[in-house]
Write a protein that binds this ligand. Structure first.
Ligand SMILES: [Ca+2]
Ligand SMILES: [Ca+2]
Ligand SMILES: [Ca+2]
Length: 128
């Protein structure tokens, strides 16, 4: 685990050199959350999410909140899916600004959603 952390941190050190070379003292950590969206830099890096943009697909919902939303919806819709299937599809949806393709962004459709109300779902899985 320690070795893995060192390797991962060196990935971010390299990213740091590429993207933040103007500030050589700035080093994002693998377990850190550079964009404060609730997901670690490592998780986002491995899932092709932006580590320095809280809303990777720019649909108006931050990545962490959007991922939680889709995980909740998909686990209710597909009770036979494995956790990995749920997570993979949720990541795909989080990277798609208009999942149902109706030209209305997910941010507008998931009305009034916030991380704070995630425990207050109604029986259909809709945010209250
Ligand atoms: Ca993050
Ligand atoms: Ca988003
Ligand atoms: Ca839509």
């Amino acid at each position: 685990m320690e070795i893995r952390n060192i390797i991962v941190d060196s990935i971010f050190a390299n990213l740091d050199i590429c993207h933040y070379y103007l500030d050589p003292f700035y080093f994002p950590d693998a377990q850190g959350d550079l964009d404060h969206d609730g997901l670690s830099n490592l998780f986002e890096y491995e899932r092709n999410m932006s580590i320095n943009d809280a809303d990777t697909d720019h649909d108006g919902i931050d990545d962490g909140a959007e991922l939680q939303y889709w995980e909740h919806r998909l686990s209710e819709l597909h009770s036979n899916w494995s956790e990995e299937q749920i997570l993979n599809m949720s990541v795909n949806y989080t990277l798609n600004p208009d999942v149902d393709g109706d030209n209305i962004t997910d941010g507008k459709e998931i009305k009034g959603y916030s991380v704070k109300i995630i425990t207050d779902w109604d029986s259909k899985g809709e945010p209250m």
